[in-house]
Design a protein around this ligand. Structure first.
Ligand code: NAG
Ligand code: NAG
Length: 207
């Protein structure tokens, strides 16, 4: 038998060979364990990679949403006096736009109640309308301006009892264009808690 032959071979130490074999087995087991470790590490790395790429994808989506498709909800409405009642005007020269203080809504924050100026947050087609009211005696005249150009106006020449007027327009605006209303020289408007004198605008569609 082979074993017999082995045992009888003079220069083979069978005990030592078996020990070597045992060592080999141990080392093999170590290698197997190492491989298992590496596999686990690879899986962890893969899921980490998946997570970071998902995060990046989400980030890109948010970036695109915020910068490439900006806020499309733009609408505001405000009346002249925050409280009480009274005239604004007459003045010459008229120093500022009419500052509508009582804000009903201001989606997109385009309207500034400190200056009375609406600044287009995005390029688009907008609609604006203003109402003016006055009582007898003095002329009422208000114009709507785009940047420094008059667009449309209302006028009521010294009405006997009181006057109401409204006008509006559809305008194509670039981002940053400024829209406001202004009294003419030596004219006035009246407002009270009923909000007779007001200014509104909204985005019809972006361009
Ligand atoms: C509105 O404005 C236009 C342009 O200034 C003017 O022709 C029109 O008469 C105004 N409408 C009213 C009701 O005042
Ligand atoms: C103007 O509007 C007010 C409030 O609606 C009304 O009381 C008044 O009669 C109107 N004036 C005219 C001249 O139509």
């Amino acid at each position: 038998c082979v074993c017999h032959v082995c045992l009888t071979l003079p220069n083979i130490n069978i005990i030592a060979e078996m020990k070597k074999l045992q060592d080999l087995e141990k080392r093999l087991k170590n290698v197997e364990e190492m491989l298992e470790e590496m596999k686990k590490e690879k899986e962890a790395l893969l899921s980490f990679h998946l997570c970071t790429s998902t995060c990046m994808y989400v980030c890109i989506c948010i970036y695109m949403y915020v910068y490439m498709f900006p806020e499309k909800k733009v609408a505001f409405s405000a009346s002249l006096l925050a409280s009480g009642e009274g005239y604004t005007g007459p003045m010459k020269p008229v120093p500022t736009p009419l500052i509508y203080k009582k804000v009903f809504s201001n989606y997109g924050n385009g309207y500034n109640p400190d200056t009375g100026v609406f600044t287009a947050p995005i390029k688009g087609v907008y609609f604006f309308r203003f109402y003016a009211h006055c009582q007898g005696g003095t002329t009422m005249a208000v114009s709507l301006y785009k940047n420094d150009e008059r667009q449309c106006s209302v006028f009521s020449w010294k009405p006997a009892a009181n006057g109401n007027a409204t006008n509006g327009t559809v305008l194509t605006l670039e981002k940053g264009d400024r829209i406001y209303t202004k009294l003419w020289d030596e004219t006035w408007v009246f407002d009270d808690t009923a909000g007779y004198t007001s200014f509104s605008g909204f985005l019809l569609f972006p361009l």
